[in-house]
Design a protein around this ligand. Sequence first.
Ligand SMILES: [Zn+2]
Length: 317
Amino acid sequence: MGGMTLLYTDPLFLRHETGPHPETAARLRSVTARLESAGLPAKCAPGGYAPLTEEDVLSLHSERQLRLVHQAAALGGGRLDPDTVVSPESYRVALAAAGACAAAVDAVVQGPERTALCLVRPPGHHATPDRSMGFCLFNNVALAARQARHAHGLDRLLIVDWDVHHGNGTQDIFYDDPGVMFYSIHRYGGGFYPGTGGADETGEGRATGFTLNVPLPYGIARTDYHTAFRWGLERAADRIRPELVLLSAGFDAHARDPIGSLGLEAEDFAELTRQVLDVARTHAGGRLVSCLEGGYNLEALAESVQAHLEELLVARP
Ligand SMILES: [Zn+2]
């Protein structure tokens, strides 16, 4: 038995204030209300965490980048680029969000719980080693992966990124690192953000083959999405045989998403979850840490997270 699913939430994550912006605190409020009304938090184990330290963040991000975020917050907020907002508490919230994802790794590696869902913001997967961008300040899932290696000595990790956008930041961080297989499936082409993630981006040096991108066109049929997802996931899992699976769980491929939309429905995220859990069971003793990324239609996001968590809750290694 794999224990319960750990759920990481904190009202602090609401205090990254973005104003009129798609990546708003209302997203988490909508998710939390929906999960509560479905009675799901009561079926989970509450996750405890400590924020990451500056030193932790500097293990993957540049000093200049950390200072930019810290100073923008200290000065009352501002924009790092046209998309990426910092509010007075954003620095503190970003350290907390990454801390929750790292703590989920600690807990899942040590057991008895094998699965965790981190309902954090700001999201992280666009944050590169040197740049906060695309609504993201620090790279939560990458910092969680680092925790798995440095605190627990794991040397074969799989990061699955099904957010509708390419996880360019995560890719950059691990591009020359054969200990982390990065698999991203995303909408691509026609100027869609961030523009990277072509199938020819496969890693470099001894890590060639440890980045796998599956770029998909707008308008793809749901069945074709699933076929492509399964193909990529199997390939990525066979390549790394992960000791732990991390998930950049964005829900902006949903049909009603105002930014992404690859035509998926909430039930599709249940199917994707089952497949990732299968990989975690086959290779990693069922160990899976899921970190919230995008998803911008408040109802569609909440329905999709519910479908995702319900699958995590039925999972048994
Ligand atoms: Zn996204």
